[in-house]
Design a protein around this ligand. Structure first.
Ligand code: IVH
Length: 676
């Protein structure tokens, strides 16, 4: 029996609602209904379609994943070639580009020619072809003239509209953009793959490319892919605005995701300011970019400029320094950390990566070293992103020379010669020397004086190393008996800096219990745990005397942490150091330690902060949440109770929404805290 008019209408109305919610969610980043409501609508539509299969259309939101894998990729001729971009690696090259553009357009070099500036996304270029508003074909760029047909895969990306939104679109519209994998999704995907023993991806770009290259769309559908569109190709039977930036606005209205960082800028200064701004925010964008792109905004100018070989004269990519490079491992040595952890470090042929010359990269621990099978002589990929410590990502297998050297765990500490031990269930091996080991002593001191612990300004790593090497200080307590004569003989130490240092040592004596505890460097006791301990007990003596059972009543403290704390205060040496610190005048007022309420408004809740807060600093928010019994963690997972989203919240917000984690704004957080 054919479906009734009422059923047809119901199906149409459901699709309409789902499309609107999709638009709100993917395009505007502003979902208007909870996920559960969205799921209900899709489910209703699925039921109606199952009962009335003749109503199923290929652009129905239920039809993203086709049932059958393709046997091979067909090829696609691009009606208009997909171009590439010329690069500018520095300001001079950018100025050269601007000069050529203004000359050809016969404009004033210092005038304010408008450019559409956008991040250069590091993913895979795709073309999406819409006929009468319906997605007909998705293709890769290929060699620019011929690409591969990946329609079955692009359809599975939720942010790719199957049919366009709104009105007025050309009858044939080809939209181009970059499919990418957001960083959060990439890490989650790799974590899962590692657990299952599956292949992991080296970076989000490879992950996006690999995901689009699946013959079975069900596999692609499981990958967290996203898209930003950045241009149009073929346009027939309709017209578009006459500026690039307005075309992107229009595409957004028709349901495409367009990068929110895009901006129209004027002249070379506008371009440089954009480059600076995006460069400083690069690490927090939530997706990888490798530069920015400037496009002459007016299409009339673009036409006049034309192209050379396969790149337009009207656009250029201004590249950031590469975050990954190839280099050779000269040696693998072992470094000893504050807690005695012996970490393998690769000594590299120096290489310029992430904006600096890198000659050392961490290999994390022995398990990682073995998993990656890094050997002396290997060519490796090193990565340095933002301010993160450079790491060896992987070995380039086909560049392995005939003779390489495999490195084994040393039996003795490379610094103090003590035995190296591996504790059960730990990936880390440790030097058993404790504070006898100069390396551990140095690291413990660096931690003690660090900004978030005792905050002693002017006491850098090099100076600590000198002081330790000369046996001037062996424990933190010795810092407080340093005098000017001892300091002035140190390298690069003048009278003035010696005075300043003594001043800041003196100032640091007035601290908080939580900073003091954190500074002691008890294993497993980070800032949050130190704060919980201080809040719970209020007094140092109470913590020193606490048994393991009592310690476990503190939020954040489990059996392992309780053992570590108990062990630490069980050592006579540690108690002596603490006593000497107190005798030297280190003190805190007891009211500094905000009591942590076990039945506070946020007791036992795990909270993530993201974006900029306006009414309080991050640290204040953290302290107040902890005081209300909550715990602040860095990344969103299923276990997160709330995400507090401030202004310009990025990928964490998206992740929270995807996982169904409750999102609070600053005002709602304030209300919860006020309930105290
Ligand atoms: S425009 C005519 N805009 O860069 C210009 N490309 O080197 C064609 N890309 O294949 C591209 N972000 O994959 C443009 N905002 C952006 C881009 C972008 C990334 C990629 C794209 C293209 C490659 C060109």
């Amino acid at each position: 029996m054919p479906a009734s008019v009422a059923t047809r209408k119901a199906v149409e109305s459901l699709r309409e609602q789902i499309r609107r919610h999709n638009f709100q969610y993917h395009v505007l980043d502003d979902p208007d209904v909870p996920d559960a409501e969205y799921d209900r609508l899709v489910w209703k539509l699925e039921v109606l379609e199952a009962e009335n299969p003749e109503l199923i259309t290929s652009d129905s939101p239920t039809q993203r994943v086709g049932a059958v894998p393709v046997s091979e990729f067909g090829s696609v001729q691009h009606a208009i070639p997909m171009l590439s971009l010329d690069n500018a690696f520095n300001e001079e090259e950018l100025r050269g580009f601007h000069r050529r553009v203004t000359e050809r357009l016969e404009l004033d070099l210092d005038g304010d020619l408008s450019y559409a500036a956008e991040p250069k996304l590091d993913g895979v270029a795709v073309s999406l072809l819409y006929q009468d508003g319906r997605l007909m074909r998705g293709a890769t760029r290929g060699d620019g003239a011929t690409g591969e047909n990946i329609t079955h895969n692009v359809r599975t990306i939720d942010a790719v509209p199957l049919s366009l939104y709104g009105q007025g679109f050309p009858s044939m519209l080809e939209v181009r953009g970059e499919v990418y994998m957001p960083r959060d999704g990439f890490h989650a995907f790799n974590e899962q793959a590692t657990k299952k023993g599956d292949k992991t991806f080296v970076n989000p770009r490879n992950a996006a490319a690999g995901s689009l290259r699946q013959l079975d769309p069900r596999l692609t559908a499981e990958r967290p892919l996203d898209i930003y569109v950045y241009s149009v190709g073929q346009v027939v039977g309709g017209s578009l605005p006459d500026c690039h930036s307005e075309i992107l606005d229009q595409l957004q209205e028709w349901g495409f995701r367009v990068c929110p960082e895009r901006k129209r800028v004027d002249g070379i200064d506008g371009c440089l300011a954009f480059y600076e701004d995006i460069g400083t925010r690069r690490v927090s964008l939530g997706y990888d970019i490798d530069g920015v792109v400037y496009k002459v905004d007016r299409l009339a100018y673009q036409r006049k400029l034309g192209l050379v070989s396969r790149a337009p004269r009207w656009a250029i990519a201004h590249k950031f320094p590469a975050e990954e490079e190839l280099t050779v491992v000269r040696d693998i040595e072992f470094q000893v950390g504050r807690t005695g952890a012996v970490t393998p470090v690769a000594r590299l042929e120096p290489v310029f990566v992430g904006g600096v010359t890198v000659s050392n990269a961490t290999l994390h621990n022995m398990d990682e070293l073995h998993r990656k099978d890094v050997r002396i002589g290997d060519t490796v990929i090193v990565r340095r992103a933002g301010d993160v410590i450079p790491e060896v990502v992987k070995v380039v297998a086909d560049r392995r020379p005939k003779r390489t050297r495999i490195v084994k765990v040393p039996a003795n500490c490379p610094v103090c010669g003590s035995e190296v031990v591996r504790e059960e269930d730990e990936a880390v091996v440790r030097c058993a020397g404790g504070l006898f080991c100069v390396a551990q002593r140095e690291e413990a001191l660096k931690h003690f004086v660090s900004r978030r612990a005792m905050d002693i300004d002017g006491l850098g790593g090099k100076l600590i190393e000198q002081l330790v090497a000369m046996d001037r200080i062996t424990s933190p307590a010795d810092l407080f008996s340093l005098d000017k004569d001892q300091l002035i003989v140190m390298e690069r130490m003048g009278e003035k800096s010696a005075d300043n240092l003594l001043d800041s040592i003196e100032k640091s004596k007035q601290t908080t219990l939580s900073r003091f505890l954190y500074g002691l460097g008890i294993r497993e006791v980070g800032e949050a745990t130190a704060g919980s301990l201080a809040g719970h007990y209020g007094k140092l003596t109470a913590i020193v005397e606490a048994d393991e059972e009592s310690l476990q009543a503190v939020p954040d403290v489990g059996p392992i942490v309780a053992t570590r704390i108990h062990q630490f205060f069980g050592k006579k040496y540690n108690l002596e150091v603490i006593q000497r610190l107190i005798d030297s005048g280190v003190s805190w007022s007891e009211s500094d330690s905000v009591p942590v309420s076990r039945d506070g408004a946020l007791a036992g809740k795990s909270i993530v902060l993201t974006g900029a807060l306006s009414g309080m600093t991050r640290n204040e928010a953290k302290d107040r949440i902890q005081a209300a019994g909550g715990k602040v963690t860095g990344s969103v997972s299923r276990k997160t109770d709330f995400l507090v989203a401030g202004d310009k919240a990025g990928s964490k917000l998206t992740r929270a929404q995807n996982l169904g984690v409750e999102v609070l704004d600053e005002h709602e957080l304030q209300n919860l805290l006020a309930d105290q």
